[in-house]
Design a protein around this ligand. Sequence first.
Ligand code: NDP
Length: 369
Amino acid sequence: MDLNSTLHALIPTYDSVILLFVFFAYLAIAGSILPGKVIPGVVLSDGTRLHYRCNGLLSLLLLVMLLGLGVWMNFVSSTVIADQGLELLSTTFIFSILVTFVLFIAGSNSRARSSSLKPHTTGNLVQDWWLGIQLNPQFMGIDLKFFFVRAGMMGWLLINLSILGKCFQDATLSPSMFLYQLFCGLYILDYFFYEEYMTSTWDIIAERLGFMLVFGDLVWIPFTFSIQGWWLLVNKVELTKASMVANCIVFLIGYRVFRGANKQKHMFKKNPKAPIWGSPPKVIGGKLLASGYWGIARHSNYLGDLLVALSFSLPCGISSPIPYFYPIYLLILLIWRERRDEARCATKYKEVWAEYCKLVPWRILPYVY
Ligand code: NDP
């Protein structure tokens, strides 16, 4: 595709707008009516608590089933997303900007009306627009932050499935594409299987909803996390059996550490006496877990996630840096996030945090960082 046609494809089309809005409408309806465990969120500054209905897995499976049926009945093409990739990218990008402006205006107005929820504003317009003003904005009873991250993760899978559809159409499915699809598919399904764990993550409890998060969820996650898939559509990679096995091992170790660490913290928050790896947990100041993965490094979950991210790129071989965009980006993001989380925890837990750092000196990777 030359530059001219690429630029032309970046103009939103009627189809891309319809696709995006049908997707959002489905998510809003499915999220509101499908059954799911209702999880209480953290207590907000005004003492109230949000509740999250964790029915993402059911919503996703139903959506994939409906799409499968649509493809089977020739109602929709399996490659519709892959064919409209650039148009969807620009449509979602424009939508993110519009939503952020609405959030900014709504946040400014609610700040003027009520002081019960502390204004999360710096007074700097650009910064407030970028980082957001409200922590948990709602629209028609929907928690937008939870909604957008769900849309992003599902969008990623839908893009991948459409790329897979293209491979089937062109009869070009390769072991590399298979591995990439398999690892991402498992990771996304796992995300929704454990969706309730999301309710206590940094994004949900501490990040305001501004352009950074809206863009991150709606554009960045689905479109850049799928770069390897797009890349494999046009590049051929020969993988040896040994490299495929090594790739699977990286995924499995990464997944085990990622999920294990997040699970241990989640269980600990629910029941601080729950055994960790079969032994009573080591707890600091009655608040912080210092055994299991949390006794090896202060953010082993980030290490696991990085290994998983690497396993998504390894099927692409090492001939180009492009497929490694996601793990490199994630490395930068998680190091930055770890620093911010560290500062937050140091303020929140004070001497208990200092004691934890003394006991567990490694941030992410033992003996390295
Ligand atoms: P964490 O799930 O690690 O949450 C950090 C919080 O956990 C802290 O603020 C603190 O909150 C609590 N905490 C920290 N240490 C302890 C401890 N020892 N014992 C008990 N509680 C502790 O961070 P994130 O929300 O950033 O990440 C969640 C997952 O999401 C990670 O696996 C990460 O890799 C992944 N992620 C993936 C991204 C991607 O783009 N793929 C982007 C960002 C995250 P509290 O005040 O509640 O105690």
